[in-house]
Design a binder for this molecule. Structure first.
Ligand code: PGA
Ligand code: ZN
Length: 399
């Protein structure tokens, strides 16, 4: 259906002002472009983000080595192309070419293939029966590695369970506005800030923050007439020192952490808790899953790093019951899809996700739609966040 003719690599800006890579793939009948995001609270088990010399070296390797390997290959051979990227890299974790270069290339190839068939990306990936769209998870208040002076818990999210994506997106944005109003009331005269993902940040305690966001979700629920729930991303690896979880007001053992989260989940009717325990605290994960896994989604982000192998380990142990899916944690679309399918085959829910450093690339909206992901975590407001949300609204209209 068309051999790849040219591949271009360029350095572009991300939402934090850092450099990232954008890739263009040109084939006989199509064109595809994609860019890579980047994390701040990255997991230790993610593939390498960049070549040893950083973005510039990845771009150079792309131009000098990757492009020539791809030219002449049929753009529809996604799996073969993804294998070729891994073979060309040869390190097993993209340490030579960079996982971000690999993922942008992989997604640009998929986009080019879709374009050559005259299909939107979600329809190329998911086929004719795409119907279930992911529920938006919108970060409205936070701290951690994303904001100076905020909560220890990285993200407090609103998850609107509306009848349509469009209504849900607006309900989450309403919660974001209400959180601002409530914070202004609580801290009169103080300046409020925003973190990397557009969530508010304030000198508020972890439990008070849950209370405030749960209240704002309740206001949205009353206004819109459908459920709007609180969700957390603790990003607990950032708090873990190998022995305990360090909060501003003291330390918690793994067992304390499980109790703390179980209590929060019950008090605030929390829909999901992501990374409640650290990336290698498997015992803690199993304990939390036994404790509240039947009523709360427990989402592994740093725990699984979108790796089928780590997910398989979690399934075996009974750790978590859901997985956050970030394509650049694993480096190619094929490996991302392998992870999503493994999760679904084993009753784990999937939440496709942005990173804290983003571009306006909207591929995750298409991936979430194509594979029937339960949720999409991509912020509530902000240009690089609404790029995905608005694309999902367009996809919904098309369907
Ligand atoms: P990151 O954080 O993109 O900074 O790694 C987002 C998350 O932890 O989900
Ligand atoms: Zn996370």
């Amino acid at each position: 259906m068309g051999a790849i003719q040219e591949v271009f690599f360029r350095r572009i800006l991300d939402s934090r002002g850092n450099a990232t890579v954008e890739v263009d793939v040109v084939a006989e009948d199509g064109f595809g472009r994609a860019a890579a995001p980047s994390g701040a609270s990255t997991g230790a088990h993610e593939v390498a983000a960049w070549a040893p010399g950083g973005v510039e070296e990845s771009v150079r390797v792309g131009r000098e080595q990757v492009a020539q390997e791809l030219v002449g290959v049929d753009v529809l051979l996604q799996r073969e192309i993804d294998d070729l990227l891994a073979d060309l890299d040869g390190t097993g974790n993209f340490a030579k070419i960079g996982g971000n270069l690999a993922v942008a290339t992989s997604l640009a190839v998929a986009r080019c293939a879709a374009h050559s068939l005259d299909l939107p990306l979600y329809a190329y990936l998911g086929g004719a029966f795409v119907s279930r769209l992911p529920r938006p998870f919108g970060n409205v208040l936070g701290g951690g590695a994303h904001a100076v002076g905020g909560t220890d818990i990285q993200e407090y999210m609103a998850v609107a369970l509306g009848p349509t994506v469009e209504e849900s997106v607006f309900a989450n944005a309403f919660v974001h506005k209400e959180v601002k109003r409530l914070l202004k009331e609580k801290y009169p005269g103080q300046s409020l800030g925003k973190g990397d993902e557009g969530a508010w940040t304030a000198p508020i305690g972890n439990v008070d923050a849950a209370e405030l966001v749960a209240h704002a979700c309740g206001l949205a629920q009353d206004k819109f007439g459908f459920e709007v729930r609180l969700a957390l991303d603790v990003a607990a690896t950032e708090l873990w020192d190998g022995k305990a979880y360090g909060y501003k007001d003291g330390k918690k053992t793994s067992a304390d952490q499980v109790e703390f989260l179980a209590d929060l989940a019950k008090r605030y009717h929390i829909l999901s808790i992501e990374d409640g325990l650290a990336e290698d605290d498997w015992d803690g994960w199993v304990a939390l899953t036994k404790r509240i896994g039947s009523s709360t989604l427990l989402v592994g982000d740093d725990l699984f790093t979108t790796s089928p192998e780590r997910l398989q380990k979690g399934i075996g142990l009974g750790a978590a019951n859901a997985i956050l899916v970030k394509p650049n944690q694993i480096g190619t679309l094929s490996r991302t899809v392998e992870t999503i399918q493994l999760a679904h085959d084993n009753g784990y829910k999937t939440v496709i996700s942005h990173r804290s450093g983003e571009t306006t690339d909207d591929a995750i909206a298409h991936i979430g739609a194509a594979f029937g992901c339960f949720g999409i975590k991509t912020g509530a407001v902000g240009g690089e966040r609404i790029a995905k949300l608005n694309e999902l609204i367009r996809i919904e209209e098309e369907l």
